[in-house]
Design a protein around this ligand. Structure first.
Ligand code: C2E
Ligand code: CA
Ligand code: CA
Length: 411
């Protein structure tokens, strides 16, 4: 193992600091054990060791973080170095006979351009890597002042978000899903945050921050609890059981004990598996399939159904749909938007529906705003439709009123 990084920044010599963050390490510790995590870090250290030279120092910062200091760096050199580092980490890691992917992100800060002390340089590299991570695996970012301001905003949001559950600022809204005859079939739970300080903050803004900071685990469990509690009341309030779909982020999916928590919560509220659907995105698979199968099988074993959300926006790998026991495929709103006039979107949606059907999946289209879109989807064999045309996400009380009043039909 390499020594702890020595952060001395030699005066006058320009330096680039690259912070390498191994994105999967916590997940590996949680799922395969800390010894497996240590073993991967050791293997990573060996790979990085090969990069050392008189101008290039490598150090282990702790956990899944490594530092590289490059003296008198040139831009072309740094670009090439980033490529080579990514290639080094794209080679699969072997742990106890299992193939494990270990993607990285790299944050880069320069001395003397960005900082005048080693602490500042390190802090900037952290800010840059946080930014790089937003662009997914094997991404990198150079530090900039703008990032710093944004990072402060995110930290501020994070501090407010920590208080959101105890101060009742979060609420779960429900958006109806209807079949092609306009009959209500279930609802998707969508979290809302009305912050005392900031007003309504959209989930697209705070979920990624929650996801980066582990707050998502608390929010996620709270959403599961709320969703099951409300779904259990639909029978007495409107006379029938309906299913509820819950979004689970990748980090939450990998959390230890999550399947047991879902199972216990369903039991607590008297729900059976067919009343709960878990929506996941392709992002789940981006960091390797090594240990995902067991988790998905555990999830299915408690009876819940599994939906692939936002299909078409990520890798869209047929392989995932074919080799894992998904029940539902959700066609992303971005494809529905162009229907029925955009030929490209129409062809794509047609192909997605056909393919999903061939795999025995139920097809749900999201973001349906017009009758023409609904009609197109119906004629192509889409099973369920969700969108403003039928109902926006609404508070639980409103959904019950909506259910009592609405016999929405699209024919
Ligand atoms: P998503 O899971 O794809 O949710 C669908 C989004 O489309 C929702 O945005 C919904 O309000 C919006 N939408 C539905 N129908 C229409 C329509 O006809 N027109 C338009 N323009 N938009 C429509 P929302 O509520 O802002 O949520 C955004 C994302 O935040 C969700 O995307 C989901 O990824 C995430 N999210 C929301 N709630 C949760 C949660 O409890 N847990 C997790 N992990 N993620 C959540
Ligand atoms: Ca969803
Ligand atoms: Ca979606």
């Amino acid at each position: 193992m390499l020594a702890q990084a020595d952060l001395k920044v030699t005066e006058k010599v320009p330096v680039a600091m690259l912070l390498i963050d191994m994105l999967n390490i916590k997940r590996i510790n949680d799922t395969l054990g800390v010894a497996a995590g240590d073993e991967i870090i050791r293997q990573a250290a060996d790979r990085l060791d090969a990069f050392t030279s008189p101008e290039l120092t490598v150090g282990h910062l702790g956990g899944g973080e490594f530092l590289i200091l490059v003296e008198s760096p040139r831009k072309t050199h740094l670009d090439r170095l980033v490529q080579e580092l990514n290639s080094a980490f794209k080679r699969v890691f072997q742990i106890n006979g299992q193939n494990v992917h270990q993607p990285i992100s790299i944050g880069i800060s320069l001395y003397p351009e960005d900082a005048h002390s080693s602490q500042q340089l390190l802090s900037n590299s952290h800010t840059a890597v946080t930014y790089a991570k937003r662009n997914g695996s094997y991404s990198h970012a150079f530090y900039s002042e703008r990032y710093s301001q944004d990072a402060q905003d995110s930290l501020y949001l994070e501090s407010l978000l920590l208080q959101a559950i105890p101060t009742n600022e979060l609420k779960v809204f429900f958006q109806p899903k209807v079949d092609v005859m306009g009959n209500f079939r279930g609802a998707e739970a969508l979290v809302r945050w009305n912050s005392a300080e900031l007003g309504n903050v959209p989930p697209g803004r705070f979920i990624p921050i929650a996801e980066q900071s582990d707050i998502i685990l608390d929010i996620g469990r709270w959403v599961i609890e709320q969703s099951c509690a409300h779904a259990s009341r639909w029978k007495e309030e409107v006379g029938r059981n309906y299913s509820v779909s819950i979004n689970i982020s990748p980090k939450q999916f990998y959390e230890e004990g999550i399947v047991e928590f879902i199972d216990q919560t369903m039991q607590k509220y008297g729900l059976v598996g067919s009343q709960v659907e878990i929506e996941v995105t392709e992002g789940l698979f981006m960091e390797g399939e090594g240990f995902i199968r067991q988790k998905i099988e555990d999830m299915k074993a408690v009876g819940v159904s599994l939906a692939m959300d936002d299909f078409g926006t990520g890798y869209s790998s047929l392989q995932y749909l074919r080799s894992y026991p998904f029940d539902t495929l959700k066609v992303d709103r971005s494809f529905v938007m162009g229907l029925p006039n955009s030929e490209g979107d129409a062809n794509l949606v047609r192909a997605i529906i056909k393919m999903g059907k061939a795999l025995g999946l139920k097809i749900v289209a999201e973001g349906v705003e017009s009758l023409e879109q609904a009609e197109f989807l119906r004629s192509e064999g889409c099973d369920l439709i969700q969108g403003y045309l039928f109902g926006k996400p609404m508070p639980p009380e409103e959904l019950v009123e909506w259910l009592k009043l609405n016999l929405v039909r699209i024919d």
